[in-house]
Design a protein around this ligand. Sequence first.
Ligand SMILES: [Mg+2]
Length: 397
Amino acid sequence: MERIVLHIDVNSAFLSWSALKLLKEGSKKDIRNEISVVSGREATRNGIIVASSIPAKKKGIRAPMNLRDARKIYRDIIVVHPDYYFYSECSKKLFDYIRSLFEEVEQFSIDECFVEYTPNKKMYGDEVKFAYKLKDTIKKKFGFTVNIGIGNNKLLAKMASDFEKPDKVHTLYTSEIKEKMWPLDISDLFMAGKSSCARLRRLGINTIGDLANYDQNKLHYHMKSMGTMLYEYANGIDNSKVEYRHIERKGIGFSRTLEDDTEDKKILFSYLSDFSTEISNYLKRKNKYCGVIIVTIRYKDFRTYNHQIKLKNNTNSKEEIFKYSKELFNKLWNLESVRLIGLRVTDLSTNNDIQLSLFDDNSKVLKDKEIDKLLDNINDKLGKDIVYKASLINKDK
Ligand SMILES: [Mg+2]
């Protein structure tokens, strides 16, 4: 039987989920229909845009643009701040639902997954009809829209879901590659980043079709394994399996696949800062402390690395989590373009006894704890995150 894979992708996920949250809180405006962005706070770290609405994209405003530059394009842009905890709840609900329908589900990022449809075809019938039903059910059940791509492997399904958005089902079967994929610009090919595209264009390759019909040996000569991989993708070749082993989550963490790979440490640190804040808020809500902090970096060729630290003293302080995450990042990073950045904490417990050491400056540890508590109290009274410690402001160091 012919293999069928689905790729399900939430449309402008962070923006949609923020819109949902605002509507839930009683807002009358649906920011999905406005020129709006999700962005960090301008005052603390340059306000990098992490998601933009479709009307904003039409104006040329997209991640990871600086908010100040976006305002030059459109002054009255609506800005909301990210709520990664809420996002991960939305994500979990969606994937729990999809996992209730299929055995083989691979979560690919916070807002996309692959589904191996082949073994279910007998039960669910025609994949296109099913995908339309699934898309509409998700919209009704959760209040946000998805694109579903259908193909004969993961690559084709992923390329298909990226066709016209939002709220659409597209197919890209092997038999449709020539007609639907080859006319596209080379930058539309999965994994073809900025520098790869620039190299390809220098070879006179501008469309996916140009690449598919280029001399494979020449490509390997110019671009090594990256060239071979992109050549295979351009021809719709991808034999990878849907990796569906469910990983049990012992701790809490967040990761973000970047819309454009980046070497900009300021952008990467701004994510770590956001994640630290969310993780700290979560731990404090649950009255928990973490003993291990883990940073993940995925490079553009999908090599993925983790680095972790076992803390001497458990913590739930955002300042401490951010500090360690930066240290871990600096040790891990090889200066290459980053595709995904993640921060996770594990070894959660209710224990925050400080192990005082003969050699450390214990008074500072205790004082930091006091300051943290004080700030939390103030922020509780004034609303979220109005008062920061200066060290939480993202410094590129
Ligand atoms: Mg998406």
